[in-house]
Design a protein around this ligand. Structure first.
Ligand SMILES: Nc1ncnc2c1ncn2[C@@H]1O[C@H](COP(=O)(O)OP(=O)(O)OC[C@H]2O[C@@H]([n+]3cccc(C(=O)O)c3)[C@H](O)[C@@H]2O)[C@@H](O)[C@H]1O
Ligand SMILES: Nc1ncnc2c1ncn2[C@@H]1O[C@H](COP(=O)(O)OP(=O)(O)OP(=O)(O)O)[C@@H](O)[C@H]1O
Ligand SMILES: [Mg+2]
Length: 257
């Protein structure tokens, strides 16, 4: 376990890394989606330290629990982040409604409707964050942690579609420790992780394993063979999300004289 001094030094390093990456890209600041969960709360804290004025938080309810929106706004206010709220419920209903209607009109059965509508929320959020980033010459900062990244527990081109990933090497336990160091209350630090893509969803019930088990596995500690197999299976299945799309290589074009 890290001492408070070590934690504090790692937080400072991460803040400097964010500043360096934004400067290298000739951008002016950062934008982050704030959900009310601990991952985005920690990233919001890092971003506010790195950029104060040049940091924008975006709260994007999409048929979401109003308590989460309230928490998200409260977190942003605590870090003194300039924040906008973009309600995506209407856009989500519109797009999903037309997709369903269109597919039904060509006699398609929707085999995974819940997943489709859930991932659309994450992708509308990604589009919104890039609308802000483009408008402001900012970069989009992602919130994936190590267990999410390793198991592919994120929406491809949704919450996975970002420019910088400051906490993707942290275990969930570390994210919670960083939350406390950044001054977040226990209520946020220990909150049950949920993607909030449908009512009652929790990360651990969907993954079928706990964050504690994934953390231990990633740290090289003992887990049961069943847990190891589940984690490795999720990792294999999601390999495509961590890479650029496969492209068909055609013979090289020869320059004509
Ligand atoms: N082998 C392959 N090579 C290239 N592409 C491949 C592929 N297999 C699937 N694909 C493509 O990838 C798509 C499936 O990937 P994707 O669309 O991501 O969908 P999928 O992995 O099925 O679902 C995303 C998961 O992440 C979870 N999530 C999402 C957002 C936030 C959080 C959170 O923690 O807060 C969690 C969500 O609850 C769900 O379990 C397929 O529809 C297909 O288009
Ligand atoms: N309602 C929302 N408003 C703004 N951003 C959101 C919203 N819901 C999700 N996001 C973005 O998607 C990211 C992925 O969600 P995820 O659930 O993994 O993180 P979290 O909510 O911050 O923490 P936890 O995993 O503990 O719930 C969030 O960190 C946030 O950046
Ligand atoms: Mg969440």
């Amino acid at each position: 376990m890290w001492t408070d001094n070590e934690l504090s030094a790692r937080i400072d390093q991460t803040v400097e890394w964010l500043q360096k990456k934004v400067t290298e890209a000739k951008a002016k600041g950062v934008v982050v989606g704030i959900s009310g969960g601990v991952d985005s709360a920690v990233v919001a804290g890092l971003c506010s330290r790195a950029f104060s004025e040049n940091c924008i938080g975006v709260v994007m309810p999409s048929h979401s629990n109003p308590d989460d929106t309230e928490d998200a706004l409260w977190i942003a206010e605590g870090f003194e982040i300039r924040t906008i709220e973009v309600n995506l419920s209407g856009a989500h209903t519109q797009v999903m409604g037309q997709v369903k209607k269109g597919l039904e009109s060509i006699s398609c059965n929707l085999v995974a409707e819940k997943m489709s509508q859930g991932n659309l929320k994450a992708r509308l959020r990604m589009s919104t964050l890039y609308a802000v980033a483009n408008a402001m010459n900012y970069m989009v900062v992602g919130t994936d942690n190590a267990p999410e990244s390793y198991t592919g527990y994120f929406t491809k081109y949704g919450d996975g579609g970002v420019d910088l990933l400051p906490i993707s090497s942290l275990t969930k336990t570390e994210v919670r420790a960083w939350a406390r160091m950044l001054g977040l209350p226990m209520r946020i630090a220990t909150r049950v992780p949920t993607a909030g893509l449908w009512p009652g969803q929790t990360d651990e019930s969907e993954l079928g394993i706990t964050y504690d088990q994934i953390d231990r596995y990633l740290l090289g500690e003992e887990v049961s063979p069943e847990v190891q197999e589940r984690i490795e299976s999720l990792h294999r299945q999601s390999e495509h999300k961590r890479n650029m799309p496969p492209s068909l290589e055609l013979p090289k074009l020869k320059r004509l004289d």
